[in-house]
Design a protein around this ligand. Structure first.
Ligand SMILES: Cc1ncc(COP(=O)(O)O)c(C=O)c1O
Length: 380
């Protein structure tokens, strides 16, 4: 290990959303999905170099930047994409909203398995589309998606599936067989898919990640894949992501929306993205090792010391989905925040009775947070 992920970076009095604490509650923040780690040296160097140019006018996505994305997809997922298919976005949440507005008409229905990252649940109605949810099913400490239930839920008005792969918040990796069944479902029901794969470079167990659209030309033609270097390389504040859209007409509609209602990514986002994809792989591999260690610590801590909780096994992402129903109906994220740990409430994910814990922090911070959680529970 050459990178010191144990190092504590003081973010308390910085501009960090995660650590913003105007009321002085001093709760350890384990909520919003960014990491308490410094960016990779190669990214820092690229940013310094970009600042050195001293001029920050409108940016264009260079051929080299597109090639870095193409090479990353090929080398990591054996997925060959055409550089033309890339549409840059300042974030993936705008990509979710654009998908809802472009791939379903007003009043039409959008399908989403739940629980899920909250913008999946708010974007359809924000654009005047209807949301239909289908619950994920729990089998022991794993989650599954029942494709038969999707078939039953989809009707003639259903036009789009919002798919989170790997899954936030349950940490699930969808295997090739499950993806094939899902692709078959989308083709039979004639659905578009927005496949949000922002966490795809954070596989903690077996890889590689299989992009849904890489299964074949049929499913690729009806999929908008959302990707970004932001979760993997901790670059969320630099506003840079992209959609991969093989369909030319849909791509054009996305493209014409960016630069108008949706802004372009900024020059630093582009510079960081290229550096991360071209030179960041050794950093990413060390990160995965470290996150795996944190995941193992968390899962064994809960199993051994907090048997009244249940945490599903985190196969990917740095987010743990914790079942707190054993503590009684009245206990939620607020209980833990008052006792020193800020977690995400499950309610906006349509997961009442659960909390989400972000373990992308130095191990000592995670230990402190777990000790505070244990003390809170044992004091009940
Ligand atoms: C599944 C998923 N999509 C999108 C985002 C946010 O993307 P962005 O910050 O690029 O808008 C997140 C952040 O946690 C996420 O988990």
């Amino acid at each position: 290990m050459t990178i010191d992920f144990d190092r504590i970076h003081e973010r308390r009095n910085s501009d960090s959303l995660k650590w913003f604490d105007p009321e002085g509650k001093n709760a350890i923040p384990m909520w919003v999905a960014d990491m308490d780690f410094a960016a990779a040296d190669c990214v820092l160097e690229a940013l310094r170099e970009r600042i050195g140019q001293q001029v920050f006018g409108y940016a264009v996505d260079t051929k080299e930047l597109r090639q870095a994305v193409v090479d990353w997809a090929e080398s990591h997922y054996s997925w060959r994409i055409d550089p033309e298919w890339i549409v840059w976005l300042p974030g993936l949440v705008p990509g979710i909203h654009l998908s809802c507005r472009i791939l379903a008409a007003a009043g039409e229905e959008i399908l989403s398995p739940v629980p899920v990252y909250p913008p999946f649940l708010t974007a359809p109605s924000a654009g005047g589309r209807r949301l239909r949810t289908v619950p994920l099913e729990q089998e022991g400490d794993r989650w599954t998606l029942d494709v038969d239930a999707l078939h039953r839920a989809a009707g003639p008005e259903t036009k789009l599936l919002l798919f989170c792969h790997p899954h936030n918040p349950v940490g699930k990796v969808f295997r090739r067989k499950e993806l094939e069944a899902l692709a078959d479902f989308c083709e039979r029901q004639d659905l578009w898919v927005c496949s949000d794969e922002i966490h795809c470079d954070l596989m903690l167990d077996d890889g590689p990640h299989v992009p849904l659209a890489s299964l074949g030309t049929g499913i690729a033609a009806r999929t908008v894949t959302l990707m970004a270097p932001s979760k993997t390389f901790n670059l969320s504040g630099l506003s840079c992501g992209y959609a991969v859209i093989p369909d030319p007409e849909i791509r054009e509609r996305f493209r014409s929306a960016t630069g108008e209602l949706v802004p372009h990514p900024n020059v630093f986002g582009y510079a960081a993205c290229r550096a991360a994809y071209e030179k960041g792989e050794p950093w990413r591999l060390e990160l995965i090792d470290y996150l795996r260690g944190n995941r193992d610590l968390l899962e064994s801590y809960v199993a051994e010391r907090l048997p009244m909780l249940a945490v599903s096994h985190v196969e990917a992402t740095y987010l743990a989905w914790i079942d707190i129903r054993g503590l009684g109906e009245k206990i939620g994220a607020a209980f833990f925040e008052e006792r020193g740990v800020r977690l995400s409430s499950g309610i906006p994910f349509q997961g009442p009775g659960f909390v989400r814990l972000n373990f992308a922090c130095p191990r000592q911070t995670l230990r402190n947070a777990l000790d505070r959680i244990a003390a809170a529970i044992h004091s009940m």
